[in-house]
Design a protein around this ligand. Structure first.
Ligand code: ZN
Length: 487
């Protein structure tokens, strides 16, 4: 009996250990929605044909009568009320002139029965799926849809350029549930206007054989027949799913522990450096913040109009960017701040962008690719110049606010990246590096695979420092901070 108890105790301890360290991804996946997408890419017409099945479980505390999905692909329409890029990015995004795209549905059904779906939202960017019966808490419904996406010739999250086909935010994704309703936020053309819960993905794509695919998830199988190759990827508990296709890709890889880091590139003449930065950052944050729990991380050089774009297991870095290695490090750091630890990127973009920006400065300093002192000095100079110039034109708002409250791309960038990185520097200076990373480890342990609230971040910093840090956050967020001279 005693031996039995000892064995039982050992088994319980082992289970607890495995549960704590390793498999929080698998654990989370058991309580997440499932997306299965099977699609084919027609490179002659730049069209995607897809069937998608989503199993949605009501994890809210009230019944719902309809489900709402973002259809970002529809924002690329000619008759859209606003463009996916602001006028300042127009020529960069559309190097070959205007081009349009959209998504059209052939059918939508729930639990096998066709339903009268509606395309709605502020700019025809929401798919509303009525349910025959109210979906009660803990009940699950299966939604099947068949659709076609026309890609625009745009160097954006979704679109094709001369070298890459970017498939970001392409599929209908369930809107975030908050305050008793689905948040049917539009596709703002500033920032990364997304907030999603993690889900499980099983995505199959059929492409001409000459294409290589950089994707979220791990490759489960591939098959080539009649000049076409079918790749199937699976991913448990990831925040989003994206791909980059190219018939010009070459690939180079490096192992970081049990993670394979792949770098897909077509023009980069120094692929070794980009791979090394991505692998280095992955290793750095795994050690400093918390283990990267997936088996693969891909970086893709891409035709893109901003510096880069982050997706789970996948970072797009803009081909020809003058800050290519810094952008690679930045997008890799987003694997923690946005992908693993989610946040509402519409309301609180500073939570992931400012932190990612500052952690990138720290990493580049550590690997002697740039000094922290210089990076902070530059950020400080950029910020104060901006404030001085803007201050001459009347009332100045330097609060860190929600995307729709910014008037321009530049205002968003100065606040969300530059000023916010100075806020994290200020915390770093006050706490020292050990406590700073202790705070981020705590933040990771408490909030991984969730959508964190600013309060979660403040709590972790306060706990690590040993006293309340909310004043520092509040003064920066509310715009009442006085940033002192950088030594
Ligand atoms: Zn970023």
């Amino acid at each position: 009996m005693k031996k039995f108890l000892t064995l039982l105790l050992l088994a319980v301890m082992l289970f607890a250990l495995v549960g704590c360290n390793g498999n929080f991804v698998e654990e989370k996946s058991r309580n997440a929605d499932n997306y299965t997408i099977v699609m084919s890419y027609d490179n002659d017409n730049h069209k995607l044909s897809a069937t998608q099945t989503v199993t949605v479980t009501n994890r809210w505390d009230e019944g719902v009568d309809s489900l709402k999905f973002h259809i970002y692909a529809n924002q690329y329409r000619q008759d859209a009320s606003w463009s996916v890029v602001t006028s300042s990015y127009r020529s960069k995004a559309y190097p070959n002139g205007s081009s349009w795209g959209n998504i059209t549905f052939d059918s939508v059904s729930c639990n096998g029965e066709a339903v009268p779906y509606v395309i709605e939202g502020q700019d025809m960017d929401i798919l509303s799926v009525p349910l025959k019966e109210t979906l009660q808490p803990f009940q699950t419904v299966e939604v099947d849809m068949t659709y076609e996406i026309q890609l625009a010739n745009i160097l954006h999250r979704l679109g094709y350029g001369n070298n890459t086909v970017n498939l970001g935010n392409f599929y209908p994704v369930l809107c975030f549930w908050e305050d008793g309703e689905f948040q049917c936020t539009p596709y703002y053309n500033i920032g990364d206007p997304f907030v999603t819960e993690v889900a499980n993905y099983d995505v199959t794509v059929n492409v001409p054989t000459e294409f290589l695919v950089a994707s979220t998830g791990a490759l489960a199988e591939s098959k080539t027949e009649e000049q076409r190759t079918t790749y199937r990827y699976t991913a448990l508990a990831v925040r989003d799913f994206a791909m980059v296709l190219s018939d010009k890709f070459k690939v180079t890889s490096q192992q970081v522990g049990d993670v394979t880091v792949n770098y897909y590139y077509f023009a980069d003449s120094d692929s070794a450096s980009a791979l090394s930065v991505a692998a280095g950052m992955l290793s750095y944050l795994s050690e400093k913040v918390g283990k990267y729990p997936y088996s693969v991380f891909n970086v893709a050089e891409a035709d893109f109009c901003y510096g880069g774009m982050e997706y789970p297991n996948l970072a797009l870095v803009t081909s020809g960017s003058s800050q290519y290695l810094t952008a690679t490090a930045h997008e890799t750091a987003h694997q923690w701040f946005y992908a693993l630890i989610g946040n509402d990127q519409i309301k609180y973009a500073w939570m992931d962008e400012g932190l990612t920006e500052f952690v990138t400065m720290l990493y580049m300093d550590t690997v002697q690719e740039g000094s922290l002192h210089t990076s902070i000095k530059n950020a400080f100079r950029t910020y104060t110049t901006y404030v001085d110039v803007l201050g001459q034109y009347g009332k100045l708002d330097v609060s860190l606010r929600a995307i729709p409250q910014y008037k321009s791309d530049s205002e968003y960038v100065y606040m969300t990246y530059v000023k916010s990185s100075l806020m994290f520097y200020s915390l770093y200076q006050t706490m020292g590096e050990t406590k700073f990373y202790k705070a981020l480890s705590d933040y990771y342990n408490n909030c991984k695979l969730t959508v964190a609230h600013p309060q979660n971040m403040v709590s972790s910093f306060s706990k690590a420092f040993g006293s309340d840090m909310s004043g520092v956050f509040d003064s920066f967020v509310e715009g009442k901070d006085i940033i002192g001279q950088v030594e």
